[in-house]
Each structure stands twice: as structure tokens, then as C-alpha cells.
Design a protein around this ligand. Structure first.
Ligand code: HEC
Ligand code: HEC
Length: 317
């Protein structure tokens, strides 16, 4: 009997504490819109984004009663703050067209990778989960806004030759005075001899990419040691414009850039364990005016935090 009494008192205290903390509430600024909001993409696309993303990525947050209980509301408020700062559909009109396309592409990519909507959120908001059909609607929309190229056989042939020359091995010695970026990362010409891990086409801006891994990366993939990747891993992502010939074949066009992620959890401790570098144009011009340009890289890769910041799922080798 004594035990039961103690239990009852404990429960009463807990209940009291729970009720008491309810007076502490985060400040979530929410804009209430009367009537319909303007369509940003298409009826179907907007409906999907509203259902799955708007709670955290617009000013039109629609909280459920259970989202408003302390301490859950603090967690949600934090998600909303971070979510809105990276992507806010309510401010869509204020960013440039190419940035809009890039953001939308990034958004769809995060969905495909399973990073968005946040898992902790879909646990209670199962209606926010996207179906296979939803994802197809988004992908179709992206390809519909991709730049259409006029087929030009002569141009395609010329670029094909350029690409073939490019893939022929060039000794590193051919690059005198390798470019160095603001963080002291030197351009690594050797990536051309590495093993391709995957390739992707980006629908919104018509580019084609190949991701290469150095020997350490390939060994790690074989041994399933990619989370975290071992020190010494280098991943390189190369992007070209993509060209469509009049038969609809897609081939790489002009070289755009190469990006590196160099793993060293000591040296690059302050940048998520990776050195980040980007070299643009066929002249390999280093990207980034200040050392902190890496924040941009890390922020966009952050949804893959639990995957050592790497998007590309390593294929079996
Ligand atoms: C419960 C809140 C929540 C929901 C719902 C949500 N996100 Fe996010 N999203 C976040 C948070 C928080 C971040 C910041 C990254 C982090 O801390 O992991 C983020 C980051 C992003 C980013 C990166 C933005 C940048 O460039 O910094 C994109 C893109 C994104 N989300 C897309 C989506 C899409 C698309 C949906 C709907 C399918 C979605 N999110 C649903 C919370 C949410
Ligand atoms: C707009 C979002 C975004 C930004 C900004 C960004 N990345 Fe990425 N990055 C991606 C995505 C998405 C992938 C997955 C491959 C793909 O689809 O192209 C990727 C892939 C990579 C890869 C191949 C390994 C992997 O994660 O799959 C490297 C290397 C890389 N990025 C380097 C960089 C560097 C260096 C920067 C900064 C100069 C940077 N990225 C900025 C989105 C971004």
C-alpha cells in the first residue's frame, strides 16, 4: 500500500511539473494567410510541398495540437528556424530564377535521398510522407523546366572529341603551377585516373556529373567502411554541360567544374572532417573569396550528416 501511495505522489508531481512547464513556449512566428496562396510551380507540385514541407519551409506553419506541447514545441521551433533559414517558400519570389531552379533541384534531391522531410517529423505527421507517385510528379516538373537544347550535330561531335581527349590520361607533370584555393587546397589532377563511383544528370540546369573516388575511397567501399570514411579518402565530383544530339543521345559538353571532399578528421576538424574545394572552368579557377565559403558546401551537405556528409551511395565494386 505504501508503495502505491508513493507512486501516486510521484505521478502527481510529474503531472504538476508537466503542466507547469507548459507556460514556457517558444516564439514561432506564423503568418496566417486568408484564402489561397499563389501557386509557385503547378497545382500538383505545390500541393505536395504544402503537405510535406511547408510546416518548416514557409511562414505558413500549420501546427497540430501535439506540436504545441512543451517540450515538443521547442524542438519543432528549432526545426522551423533552421528549415526556414535554408529554404523558405514564402520568400521564393525574392531569389533569382537560377537560384530557384537550384533550390528546387536540391529539395527534390533531399527527398529522394530520404533526408527530407525529417524522420522525427514524419513519425507523428505520417501524412507528410511522400509517395512514389509524389516523387515522380516532382521529377517530371524538374525535367519540364530543364533548358532545352537545340540539337547541333557538329557541336556535339566537336565536344565529343574534346571529351575523349580529356579522358585520355594526362600526366600530372603537364600541369605546371597547380592552382591552390584560399584554404590552401591544391588542385588534384589525378582524379581523372580514379574509379567512377556514380554519375548523375541534373535536370534543372542541364549538367552531367561523375563522382570519382581515390584508392582509399574504393578500398573503403569494398570493405563497407564508409561511415565514417577513412582519413585519406578523396571524392571528386566533375560536372559538364550536357548536350543532346538530334537522336536524343546525351553527351558531356563543356567542362564546368571539379569539386573535392578530402577526409582528414584532424586537419579538417572545424569543417565536418572534410576539406572542401571547387575549381571552375577549364582553367580550374579556385572558387571562394573567403576561407568560410566552405559553410555553403557543408550547409547543403548537412542533411547527410548521419552519412558522413556524403550524398552518393557507394556502389558495390
Ligand atoms: C520538421 C521540419 C521540416 C520539414 C517538414 C522539412 N524540412 Fe527540410 N529542413 C529542415 C531543417 C531543420 C533543415 C536544416 C538542415 C538540418 O539541420 O538538418 C532543413 C533543410 C532542408 C534543405 C537544405 C536547405 C539549405 O540549402 O540549407 C532542403 C533543400 C530541404 N530541407 C527540403 C525539404 C523538403 C523538400 C521538404 C518536404 C518534402 C522538407 N525539407 C521538409 C526541417 C524540415
Ligand atoms: C546546392 C547544394 C550543394 C552545395 C552548395 C554543394 N553541394 Fe556538393 N553535392 C550536392 C549533392 C546533391 C551531391 C550529390 C551528387 C549529385 O547529385 O550531384 C553532392 C556531391 C558532392 C560530392 C561527391 C560526394 C557526395 O557527397 O556525393 C563532392 C565531392 C561535393 N559535393 C563537393 C562539394 C563542395 C566542395 C562544395 C562547396 C564548394 C559543395 N559540394 C557544395 C549538393 C551540394
Amino acid at each position: 500500500m505504501k508503495k502505491l501511495k508513493k507512486l501516486k505522489i510521484s505521478l502527481a508531481i510529474l503531472l504538476f511539473v508537466f503542466l507547469f512547464i507548459q507556460i514556457y513556449r517558444p516564439n514561432i512566428p506564423v503568418e496566417h494567410h486568408k484564402g489561397d496562396t499563389p501557386i509557385l510551380f503547378s497545382n500538383k507540385v505545390d500541393a505536395i510541398l504544402k503537405k510535406s514541407c511547408y510546416d518548416c519551409h514557409s511562414n505558413q506553419t500549420d501546427l497540430k495540437w501535439f506540436d504545441q506541447i512543451t517540450p515538443v514545441n521547442f524542438l519543432i521551433a528549432d526545426h522551423i528556424k533552421k528549415g526556414r533559414s535554408g529554404l523558405n517558400f514564402s520568400d521564393w519570389g525574392s531569389i533569382s530564377r537560377p537560384d530557384q531552379n537550384a533550390k528546387l533541384w536540391e529539395a527534390v534531391n533531399q527527398i529522394i535521398q530520404g533526408a527530407m522531410p525529417l524522420k522525427s517529423y514524419t513519425l507523428l505527421h505520417s501524412e507528410a510522407k511522400l509517395s512514389v507517385k509524389d516523387i515522380q510528379v516532382l521529377k517530371d516538373y524538374l525535367s519540364s523546366i530543364a533548358p532545352k537544347q537545340i540539337p547541333d550535330t557538329a557541336k556535339v561531335n566537336a565536344l565529343n572529341r574534346q571529351y575523349k581527349n580529356w579522358t585520355v590520361e594526362k600526366p600530372a607533370a603537364e600541369f605546371k603551377d597547380l592552382p591552390v584555393d584560399i584554404n590552401g587546397i591544391t588542385f588534384i589532377p589525378d582524379y581523372k585516373n580514379w574509379v567512377p563511383i556514380s554519375s548523375t544528370q541534373r535536370e534543372d540546369n542541364g549538367t552531367m556529373r561523375i563522382i570519382f573516388g581515390n584508392d582509399i575511397a574504393i578500398k573503403a567501399i569494398k570493405e563497407h567502411q564508409t561511415n565514417p570514411w577513412p582519413n585519406g579518402t578523396i571524392l571528386a565530383k566533375v560536372a559538364w554541360d550536357q548536350l543532346k544530339d538530334n537522336r536524343g543521345n546525351i553527351t558531356p559538353g563543356v567542362f564546368k567544374q571539379v569539386e573535392y571532399m578530402i577526409k582528414d578528421n584532424h586537419k579538417y576538424r572545424s569543417t565536418a572532417g572534410w576539406g572542401w574545394a571547387r575549381f571552375k572552368t577549364p582553367k580550374f579557377e579556385p572558387y571562394g573569396k573567403t576561407p568560410s565559403f566552405t559553410t555553403e558546401c557543408i550547409n547543403c551537405h548537412r542533411p547527410m550528416e548521419n552519412n558522413d556528409f556524403v550524398f552518393t551511395p557507394p556502389l558495390e565494386h
